[in-house]
Design a protein around this ligand. Structure first.
Ligand code: 6PG
Length: 475
């Protein structure tokens, strides 16, 4: 049996698990590692001689557990779903009171709530932890969203604060609430990630199909935008994506990649949860739907032939600095609206599940390490400064000003794109949400009248308190 020397253990040495283990080892902690294919655990040590002294590979789960110092901390980085339950069932019986199991995968927060309940009364602790930043983030500093008992976080904090990304010296990790809070927040992070990426892709579509720009020129624009308000990891990588050439053909890489987006499900979960809460996260919905439609490529190719005769007016987009400035402002306004929807979803979930989510802290720990990292998140953090109660970011003075300034550009861009037949589902969803949100008198008075006519569903009146039913003429 191994000596108990490890501060924490990682089960699952795929890309994320292996990189997280190396990150932990590099920060001076001893990490036990276990993988179903045990060769991977030994390879991790052998391939990283600089860190080998801090890596303890295990052949069996028993050995793995025995190598951990109590209270034992076991971090699972296995694909979300039944595999997490399987691993927990195997490891759980080997642990004892006070030990902690951490699921660091992209779990559905409902599973995290269920798993937290399952360990209740066993003396074990369960933590659901969202980790963002991809491979490089895991290796050098991800953003970490923790859910579980606060005391349990206390025992993990020294390790997590060291391995997390740092934003101006502040670690991008925080305890966000009990049971599923961390994984819920990660799900919304991913939903926002989807919306952000979709809106960037729509702007690319306008540049390509409305302005006949070449990828190199587009790359230059995105590089420029990355110096101001839109500056973010996603804008930065877009410039890199657009500038890259295919070594086989010499063509821009983006031109040889098929237009079929993959998705693992977190964006969809974000939409489902927002819907359940009655929040219109319409930009995320549009992004998820656009990925779904993109994946039906054969069908789209057929539809392109079916509607080949449908002509749209020539694009109203005109090349030049003014056009670029308009696209930049439009994207910025739409981005604010997308983030406002994500934050509204978290605020509502916080009330619904009594999590008391620290929305400002969430913005703070997203400023570095994660996929949506940007200075823009610092502006969101400031909106929540001092625990300010923000009903919706679109009511927060800083963003009111920015959206008011950018909405005209968004309107122009969406209108031109629509007329030219260039799909902009997320940008137009953002605009429609903005217009609906700021409209004092909406149109669901008619919806209520219809519901009352066919189902006696009742309605409220503007001029009297109470619940009313009207005797509509028979139809
Ligand atoms: C992150 C990412 C990551 C996610 C990928 C791919 O925060 O590091 O969100 O968790 O797995 O971005 O997600 P899709 O396959 O759904 O696009």
């Amino acid at each position: 049996m191994s000596e108990a020397t490890a501060d924490i253990g990682v089960i699952g040495l795929g890309t994320m698990g292996a990189n997280l283990a190396l990150n932990i080892a590099e920060k001076g902690f001893t990490v036990a590692v276990y993988n179903r294919t045990t060769a991977k655990a030994h390879a991790l040590k052998a391939d990283n001689p600089d860190l080998a002294g801090n890596i303890v590979p295990a052949e069996t789960l028993e050995d793995f557990v025995a190598s951990l110092k109590p209270p034992r901390r076991v971090l699972f980085m296995v694909p979300a779903g039944p595999l997490v339950d399987e691993e927990m069932e195997k490891v759980g019986p080997l642990l004892s009171g006070g030990d902690v199991m951490i699921d660091a995968g992209n779990a559905d927060f409902h599973d995290t709530v269920r798993r937290s309940k399952a360990v209740e009364g066993t003396g074990l602790h369960f933590v659901g932890m969202g980790v963002s930043g991809g491979e490089l983030g895991a290796r050098h500093g991800p953003s970490i969203m923790v859910g579980g008992a606060k005391e349990t976080y206390g025992s993990l904090k020294p390790i997590l604060e060291k391995i997390a990304a740092q934003y101006q010296g502040a670690p991008c990790v925080a305890w966000l609430g009990p049971d599923g809070a961390g994984h819920f927040v990660k799900t919304i992070h991913n939903g926002i990630e989807y919306a952000d990426m979709q809106m960037i892709a729509e702007i690319y579509g306008i540049m390509r199909d409305g302005l006949a720009m070449q990828p190199d020129a587009m790359a230059g624009i995105f590089r420029d935008w990355n110096t101001r308000g839109l500056a973010s990891y996603l804008i930065e990588i877009t410039a890199v994506n657009l500038a890259e050439k295919d070594p086989d053909t010499g063509k821009p890489m983006v031109e040889v990649i098929t237009d079929e987006a993959g998705q693992k499900g977190t964006g969809r979960w974000a939409v489902i949860e927002a819907q359940k809460l009655g929040i219109g996260a319409t930009t995320i919905e549009a992004a998820v739907a656009a990925r779904g439609l993109s994946a039906r490529r054969e069908e789209r190719l057929q539809a392109a032939k079916t509607f080949a005769d449908v002509k749209t007016p020539a694009s109203g987009f005109q090349a030049g600095d003014a056009a670029m400035a308009e696209l930049e402002s439009a994207l910025e306004a739409a981005k604010i609206i997308a983030y406002a929807q994500g934050y509204a979803t978290m605020a509502s979930a916080s009330d619904e599940y009594h999590w008391n989510l620290p929305l400002g802290t969430i913005a703070e720990i997203w400023r570095a390490g994660c996929i949506i990292r940007s200075h823009f998140l610092d502006d969101i953090a400031k909106a929540y400064d001092g625990g300010a109660r923000v009903v919706n970011l679109l009511q927060s003075p800083h963003f009111v000003e920015r959206v008011a300034a950018g909405q005209a550009a968004l309107r122009q861009v969406v209108a031109r794109a629509v007329l030219a037949g260039i799909p902009v589902p997320a940008l137009s969803a953002a605009l429609a949400y903005f217009d609906d949100y700021r409209r004092a008198r909406g149109t669901t008075n008619l919806t209520q009248a219809q519901r009352d006519l066919f189902g006696a569903h009742t309605f409220h009146r503007l001029d009297k308190d109470g619940v009313f039913h009207h005797h509509w003429p028979a139809v």
